[in-house]
Structure formats: C-alpha cells, structure tokens
Design a protein. Structure first.
Length: 330
C-alpha cells in the first residue's frame, strides 16, 4: 500500500491540475508537459533501461507527425488514421537502422543516430510530397471529433494524460518482465550479460522498436495539437535532446523519471520563451547545455535518485535516533 500511495497522490494532482490552473496558458503548459513526458518515457525504454543513448529518436517522432498530417493533406482523412501508419513506419525504420547501429556502443551509437536523424531531415526537407521545407498542415477547422482539433488545450491535456498512463503501463510491464531484466543486465555490462546467455542484440533491438513505436505516437499527438508539421518542428535534433535531458534530469531508467524531468524542463523553456520573446530560443540551448553538465557532474542518477537517497538517509537517521532513545531509556 505504501508503494502505491505516492503514485496515487501524484495521479490525483495531475488529474486535478486544470481545476486549479484554468488559464489558457496554464492548460497549454500542462498539456505540453504530458506530451513531452510521453516522448521522454518512450525514449527511456532504450536510453534509460538499455543504456543506449539515442540522439536520433526525432526520426520516429517525425514519422508519427508526418503520418498524421499526411493522412489529412493527401487523403482527406482524420489525422487519427495516420497514427497506426506512423507506428508501423517507425518500427520498420527502427528494425532497419537498429541492426547495424546497435552493434555500436557509447558515443559511437549516439553519433550514428545523429547522422541518421540529420539524413532523414534533409530528405524530408527536399521531398515535395512531404511538403518540403514548408511542411504539411491539418484541418484548419474541426470537421468532427475524430480530427482531434480543439480550440482549447483542456481536451488535449486529458488525451495526453490517457496516452501517458498507457505508455507508463507498457514500460512498467516491460521493466518487470524478462526483457526488462535482460535490459538492465545489458546496461550494467553487456559482455557479462552475453556470457550468462542473455540475447543482447535481439533484446536491444526489441527495446529500440518498442521505443520507436511509442515515440511516433507522441509525434502524431504533437502534430494534431499544433495543426502542422515541418522539418524543424517534426525532425529538429533539439527534440531528441529534449527527450534525453528530460529522462536524465528526472532519472533515466526509472518509471517516473521522464515525467519529473518534463515537469521541470517544459515550464522552464516556455516561461523563458514568453519572457524573452524570440531571444528565448537561444537561451534554451544554453540551459540545456548547463543541465547536461550539472547532471553528468553532480547527479548522474537524476532527481528521483537524489530524493530516494535523501529519503533513505533520513529514514536511517530516524531509526538510529529511535534505537538510541530505547537504549538510554530507564
């Protein structure tokens, strides 16, 4: 029961958020936190649990976004129809590029994923069918409920919350399964895991494909909320960096780590952009760089790991105090 107490309290607070913060900006901010938490949680499967730091996950984010907008732009269908297509395409791309790139490790793997992401962005930027540099747009006015085109951010907030809970449920089941045990063993020492019979290559590929499919859902939801996608908003490398930093800031390899990271980073970015206008974009890069340095130097485990450590220390101190009182008692 104690293990379920704090997650239940956190869920209740998240559900009640729009009741306390009801301005359009606050509701949009809450929706963006949940949206990026979905993307970061998807990245966490391969980057946190498996230890494969991908900086090219924006490829899968873009697949979902372009599939959703393409369904409307080329076929007049609801962008919702594009979500399964985006998932299939993302998983297929992950299977193709995962076989050679997952043989690499460390920064070599990260560099390979960056190269793939930039190559895809350049191809899309020069493909007229995908809108080239202009991009693709969704319905200008909502035709029906299935267009998921709302004037308020409130429906998006609860939609994103439902998808986030689904993503966290999938991640929890994966982490508690044999695949999750394999991934943690591979993260600690791939050579040792292989020597004990763990199918490292296959397990990493499965994690990569699962992560890709969930990331594409986040991309599709992003495109439907904003009503358009272009190479910068759908395939910009900064999106991958956001996923990475959010997971690392909250706690990579922890179930709720990406959500905590998104709850800190997204408001920080949105408030700075609103206060500084166009100059805020440049400050974002500075902030991201500083966060990476601070995490790597002082708290590689993220904020949740730090909180857990403080909690453990305080709990031990309380037990010691109780024991000393019992010892000195007459």
């Amino acid at each position: 029961m104690r293990r379920l107490l704090w997650p239940s309290v956190a869920l209740a607070l998240v559900i009640a958020y729009p009741l306390w913060f009801s301005t359009p900006f606050q509701q949009r901010l809450g929706a963006l936190v949940l949206l990026y938490a979905i993307a970061a949680s998807a990245w966490n499967i391969v980057g946190g649990y498996a230890g494969q730091v991908s900086v090219g996950h924006v490829v899968f984010f873009g697949c979902g976004a372009y599939a959703a907008m393409g369904a409307y732009a080329h076929f007049g269908l609801s962008p919702l129809v594009g979500i399964p297509a985006g998932i299939v395409l993302s998983v297929a791309i992950a299977a193709v590029i995962g076989v050679p790139t997952l043989r690499l490790s460390g920064h070599y793997f990260s560099m390979a994923t960056i190269a793939v992401a930039e190559l895809v962005r350049l191809i899309v930027s020069n493909t007229d069918y995908l809108g080239a540099a202009v991009g693709l747009s969704g319905p200008t006015v909502p035709r029906n409920l299935f267009d998921l085109s709302f004037t308020s951010a409130l429906p998006y907030y609860y939609l994103f919350l439902a998808v986030l809970l689904m993503t966290l449920g999938i991640t929890w089941r994966m982490a508690d399964s044999r695949m999750g045990f394999y991934l943690r063993a591979i993260k600690d020492s791939e050579r040792a895991a292989r020597s004990l019979g763990a199918p490292a290559s296959r397990t990493k590929l499965y994690a990569f494909m699962l992560s890709a499919g969930l990331t594409s859902v986040a991309g599709a939801l992003y495109a439907m909320m904003f009503g358009f996608v272009d190479p910068e908003s759908g395939l910009g490398i900064l999106i991958s960096v956001k996923m990475l930093i959010m997971a690392a800031l909250g706690g990579a390899g922890l179930l709720f780590g990406p959500l905590v990271g998104a709850a800190i980073l997204v408001p920080l970015e949105e408030i700075s952009n609103n206060l500084l206008g166009g100059k805020g974009a440049g400050l974002t890069f500075v902030v991201y760089g500083a966060i990476i340095v601070l995490i790597a130097r002082f708290q590689p485990g993220g904020i949740l790991t730090l909180i857990k450590r403080i909690w453990t220390i305080s709990d031990k101190a309380a037990k010691i105090a109780v024991a000393e009182e019992a010892t000195h008692a007459p």
